[in-house]
Design a protein around this ligand. Structure first.
Ligand SMILES: *Cc1c(COP(=O)(O)O)cnc(C)c1O
Length: 412
């Protein structure tokens, strides 16, 4: 049994090829220094404001920058006014924050299975799980890929249910040329250091439904109408509703802005590595040794995760150990929430969780970051499965400028 690295790839950077390595943004030092040298920590929060504007353009919607995606999910739960007696439908294959945000409000969690291609929430299973008590459906975009929001939207509109999209992993994924996350009533994003675009700890709440906008700002401002005060709409501000302290510091926002400015470049570099993996691993997949991730049509994904699914759980555990012996970090991912201690206390499974169980026990993630040396990882997989490896004639990794890099593990 392997205990480490279960959740989001959090781990000490002791491996020669770590699972994740954060991009150094062009303007990061400059922006952080600007905050420090001018002691500009307070109102009018210029870096937070610039991040907000950048994100509002991207999402074509109202955005509140938060200290984490967890914060944004907790705000979503408050905005939906869920409480005891209400049911919230969500996939079992997700990070705990998707669930705990709603469990905190006393709602009953109803876990459903994922679909077998992109591992996003199974719409059929959702339709089966809906009851008169269903208040919210939370869709999760696994590996940055969008879920079937059109079908979920219809379901929610028919039943007067709020649609929340946990797009923690989806920054820069596009469908039909537009950022995903615009169809839900509320969408949440993460800028945690394990995500593509990061500021250490950070997130955002995208408030697509106008009905939530006013209260969303009050929640983020500790329950006060401080924002209305700054906009000149009231002549003093006071405590008006429930609230929390969700807004990030200027240091965090400075770092985030520098990353957002490099977001296109980061995404390009990740996609280059993702495609190199897929090309180099196709011969092994064709032998039936594992399955490769799907590159969905009409979607330009952000290459957040490159995963393979082996045939049997013991093979997966052995492979993780084999990679670790080569100082390559290749972790598994979510354990089914419906089987977790808290999941059993706060929720139940609707239908079966067959795909969740299979994916959870056979999935392994390969190291993926801008400039990751792909070749030693690919070579290790060939060695593990006892298949000879011919060097990919095309460059297998990219540097910041797009050229090939030295692919030896010691060069990382
Ligand atoms: C990373 C992640 C979260 C939590 O994000 P934080 O910013 O660390 O709070 C929530 N949901 C999903 C699906 C995630 O991948």
């Amino acid at each position: 049994m392997i205990h480490a690295q279960a959740e989001s790839g959090d781990q000490p950077q002791t491996m020669k090829i770590p699972y994740n390595r954060n991009h150094r943004a062009t303007n990061e030092q400059h922006y952080v220094e600007e905050v420090l040298s001018e002691a500009a920590f307070g109102a009018p929060y210029p870096f937070q404001e610039r991040c907000r504007q950048w994100l509002e353009q991207r999402f074509e919607s109202e955005v509140i920058v938060t200290q984490s995606c967890t914060d944004a999910l907790e705000m979503a739960a408050l905005l939906c006014r869920v409480g005891p007696g209400d049911e919230v439908i969500l996939p079992s294959f997700t990070f705990s924050s998707t669930a705990t945000a709603f469990a905190l409000r006393g709602a009953e969690l109803v876990f459903v299975d994922i679909e077998p291609e992109l591992f996003t929430i199974d719409v059929e299973a959702v339709a089966q799980a809906v009851t008169a008590r269903t208040k919210v459906i939370v869709a999760v975009n696994y590996a940055g890929n969008p879920c079937d929001t059109a079908a979920l939207r219809r379901l929610c509109d028919e039943r007067d249910v709020v649609l929340v999209e946990d797009a923690a992993q989806s920054m820069m994924t596009e469908r039909g040329g537009r950022q995903v996350g615009m169809s839900a009533d509320l969408t949440t994003v993460s800028f945690h250091n394990t995500k593509n675009i990061h500021c250490g700890e950070g997130g955002a709440l995208i408030v697509n439904s106008p009905e939530f906008r006013r209260r969303a700002h009050i929640l983020a401002e500790k329950g006060t109408n401080r924002r209305a005060f700054f906009l000149g709409e009231v002549d003093k501000y006071s405590w008006v509703d429930l609230g929390t302290s969700a807004l990030p510091s200027e240091l965090t926002s400075a770092l985030l802005l520098s990353q957002l400015e490099d977001a296109v470049e980061i995404t390009e570099l990740r996609r280059t590595a993702w495609s190199a993996y897929r090309r180099a691993l196709r011969p092994l997949a064709e032998r039936g040794l594992f399955t490769l991730p799907v590159d969905p049509e009409g979607v330009r994904h952000n290459a957040h995760i490159f995963h393979i699914l082996v045939n049997e759980p013991p093979v997966r555990d052995e492979l993780i150990r084999f990679m670790r012996d080569r100082a390559i970090s290749a972790p598994f991912h979510y354990l089914p929430l419906h089987r977790s201690r808290a999941g059993r206390r706060h929720g139940r499974l609707s239908g079966h969780g067959d795909v969740t169980d299979r994916v959870s026990s056979t999935l392994i993630r390969l190291p993926l970051w801008p400039g990751v040396p792909v070749e030693p990882v690919v070579r290790a997989l060939h060695d593990f499965f006892g298949v000879g490896f011919d060097r990919d004639p095309e460059p297998v990794a990219a540097t910041r400028t797009g050229g090939p890099v030295d692919a030896s593990p010691s060069g990382t």
